[in-house]
Design a protein around this ligand. Structure first.
Ligand code: KIV
Length: 316
């Protein structure tokens, strides 16, 4: 946004203006009606606005921002304050979808009380409508307490990136019968504890399908096959801005890296050729002032330039 060209706060697309606000009730109805739920991550105002105006149901301010926005090699280092900062930016953009904030590693692992206090910050200070936590049965008490505190909780099972060290890398989970049964049991327990939805990441399609059929709440899949109630992708993967080889489950719908590179190279070219900015991109004095300048002694106008040059020479 140029500082000389203010956006209108009300300038929304026609579609968005008439689309009702998505709630967790809407997602529940979609599951019951067999209508797929759409979700994407978003981390800043401009992309959140595009995602929301396109009509996506859920925007997750994922801790994946540690990797795709901040350049870390895992999600572990991102802090509460950084997650709050990005959630606020997304909140300002979103009118239609549900804004879910990912609780970062360490913000709910020390105690349930600390987890509730940190989750409340996302609701109170950043305008999130729900929080997401990773983990299975071990999170049931936290999910109950958050639900008691009127904070909707999205859970996250399977390949949970905050457990990268325990898993020994980013590996598909639930591949043995015992592991699949444990995932299904965890999902049922989290639902009973009050979860409003569960993200199923990195697990065999068959396991995700069984979990989805057993739950009343919606499942949102990522690398979990097409039988989940909805799908989520990391925005930067969707548009090729991740600077890494896409995982098997990623489908790229655009090439923002190529688009941005072409734009940046064009800008460098035009500046170096002195073809940017041109006459139409320049501001002008009024005719009256220009006429005065032409006819009068312009020493006064030149003086500050001379003064600043003197200053530069003195500095050098
Ligand atoms: O942080 C994130 O982006 C996520 C999604 C992959 C579900 O947790």
């Amino acid at each position: 946004m140029s500082i000389t060209n203010f956006r209108s706060a009300d300038a929304q697309s026609g579609a968005q203006a008439i689309t009702p606000k998505v709630t967790f009730q809407t997602l529940q109805e979609k599951k019951q009606a067999g209508r797929p739920i759409t979700a994407l991550t978003a981390y800043d105002y401009s992309t959140a606005r595009l995602v929301d105006e396109a009509g996506v149901d859920m925007l997750l301010v994922g801790d994946s921002l540690a990797m795709v926005v901040m350049g870390y090699d895992s999600t572990l280092p991102v802090t509460m304050d950084e997650m709050l900062h990005h959630t606020r930016a997304v909140r300002r953009a979103v009118k239609h979808g549900i804004v879910v904030a990912d609780m970062p590693y360490g913000s709910y692992h020390v105690s349930v009380a600390e987890g509730v206090a940190n989750a409340a910050r996302f609701i109170k200070e950043a305008g999130a409508e729900a929080v997401k936590v990773e983990g299975g049965a071990v999170r049931c008490e936290l999910v109950e307490r958050l639900t008691d505190a009127e904070i909707p909780v999205v859970c996250h099972l399977g390949l949970t990136p905050q457990a990268v060290h325990r898993m020994g890398g980013y590996k598909v989970q639930g591949k043995t019968l015992a592991a699949a049964e444990e995932l299904a049991r965890d999902a049922r327990m989290l639902e009973a504890a009050g979860a409003v939805a569960i993200v199923l990441e990195g697990m065999p399609r068959e396991v995700a399908a069984i979990i989805t059929s057993q739950l009343h709440i919606p499942t949102i899949g990522i690398g979990a096959g097409p039988d989940c109630d909805g799908q989520i992708l990391v925005f930067h993967d969707l548009v090729n801005l991740s600077f890494s080889r896409p995982a098997k489950f990623v489908r790229q719908y655009g090439d923002a890296a190529a688009l941005f590179r072409t734009a940046i190279e064009g800008y460098i070219h035009d500046v170096e050729e002195r073809s940017f900015p041109d006459e139409s991109e320049s501001y002008h004095l009024s005719k009256e002032v220009t006429d005065v300048l032409k006819t009068q002694d312009t020493e006064a106008l030149k003086a500050p330039v001379a003064a600043s040059k003197t200053h530069l020479i003195r500095k050098a």
